[in-house]
Design a protein around this ligand. Structure first.
Ligand SMILES: Cc1cc2nc3c(=O)[nH]c(=O)nc-3n(C[C@H](O)[C@H](O)[C@H](O)COP(=O)(O)O)c2cc1C
Length: 374
């Protein structure tokens, strides 16, 4: 341990190092001028001051764009962030300017015109009673006039110059996913989650979407990923990602030269299909039946790898998500052909029994996945 007192610049440097060890909850201070122009700033220098009267203090840099309107309006709101609000931190600390900051997050106006963040841990509306300039900052004392509080306590912590301080969160999350979501989106999203929460264990099982729904309903897993289509009675459905199906064909196939085809024109050829019950198969079968045509599925496989290998060998054509098809087309002798049909655009969703039924680790994963989806 070192104790610094003499050299001011050294003390400042040590002060910064010392403060990096002080964990603080991140908030956004918001206000609006009389013309309704909104201002907001990420802040951790927020503290309760007194219970009688209920009051708090915030420290605002003189150079911050919120400083003048805040003092001028004599009113502000402290929005205490949750772990879901990481995106707001950079937006409100310089990445975005002016009113554009309020495009991030669910902002509303209270009756007096103060902007507040819906879904924050809490919103504390304050009238300014005193402003004390000190150094680069103003210490602003606010008397709390109204408060909104959300259930559940999951504050966003800032420590050592980083958001998080969540490494100690442990737990076990059981995931069940269909192949399309699993291969296209879950690797990156799970990796970024586990990097932040290395002590959480994720157990993943692949199932077709209908079986995923059943697994969630029967509590055989905590979080499910489906391609929308199956009935999801009693479950909470959260939009996650979108994709598009395309055709993969052998390089010397009659369709290989085309950029786009109608689905009906593909039905003259043999297909390599995925396993029974997969959403892709079900969709193909449904549309072929509507066209009163047979779907010539010559063989069925369980993975996109196997399907692409069969297509390359000239055993048929196959329908898979565009992201995967493009990967295989780079590495193998197959061509990608667009399918000119709206039903090939698909929505992926997260299904859970309910957010509140999840353990902390599961809730944290759902929060993370929501942030990952565009
Ligand atoms: C985690 C974090 C906490 C911050 N806390 C404060 C604070 O308490 N007071 C303050 O004046 N600035 C604080 N800042 C800096 C301001 O958010 C930032 O300088 C300000 O929004 C930029 O000013 P502008 O509005 O003029 O762009 C913090 C920034 C971050 C990332």
């Amino acid at each position: 341990m070192s104790i610094q007192t003499a050299d001011t610049s050294q003390v400042t440097a040590e002060f910064k190092r010392a403060m990096r060890r002080l964990a603080a909850t991140v908030t956004i201070i918001s206000t609006a001028d009389v013309n309704g122009n909104r201002y907001g700033m990420t802040a951790t220098a927020v503290n309760s001051l007194s219970m009688d009267p209920p009051s708090l203090l915030i420290c605002v840099n003189h150079s911050a764009s919120i400083h003048a309107p805040l003092i001028g309006r004599e009113r502000f709101c402290v929005n205490v962030l949750t772990t879901e609000h990481e995106d707001l931190v950079s937006a409100f600390s310089g990445k975005l300017k002016g009113d554009a900051r309020f495009q991030v997050g669910e902002w509303r106006n209270e009756d007096g015109g103060m902007p507040y963040l819906e879904g924050a841990q809490s919103n504390l509306f304050c009238d300014i009673v005193s402003v004390l300039p000190f150094g680069s900052h103003s210490i602003v004392i606010g008397r709390v006039t109204a408060v909104r509080v959300e259930e559940g306590i999951r504050p966003l912590i800032f420590t050592d110059g980083k958001l998080g301080a969540t490494e100690s969160l442990t737990g076990h999350v059981r995931i069940s996913s269909n192949l399309s979501t699993l291969t296209q989106f879950l690797p990156a999203d799970t990796e970024s989650f586990l990097k932040r929460h290395p002590l959480i264990q994720v157990h993943l099982e692949e199932r077709v979407s209908t079986a995923v729904v059943t697994a969630v309903q029967e509590n055989a897993c905590d979080i499910g990923f489906i391609v929308e289509g199956p009935k999801t009675n009693g479950l909470e459905v959260i939009p996650y990602r979108e994709d598009r199906l395309v055709l993969t064909v052998p390089a010397d196939h009659p369709l290989a030269g085309k950029t786009s085809v109608k689905f009906v024109d593909t039905l003259d050829y043999d297909y390599v299909g995925l396993h029974t019950g997969s959403q892709i198969n079900l969709q193909i079968q449904r549309v072929a039946a509507e066209l009163d045509r047979a779907w010539r599925c010559r063989m069925q496989v369980h993975t996109y790898d196997a399907l692409a290998a069969m297509v390359q060998a000239g055993l048929g054509i196959g329908m898979i998500p565009c992201n995967m098809a493009q990967l295989y087309a780079k590495a193998m002798n197959i061509k990608v052909v667009e399918i000119d049909e709206t039903w090939t655009h698909r929505r992926h969703a997260i299904v859970i029994r309910s957010y509140n039924s999840l353990q902390a680790a599961g809730r944290r994963l759902v929060d993370h996945l929501k942030r990952c989806s565009p």
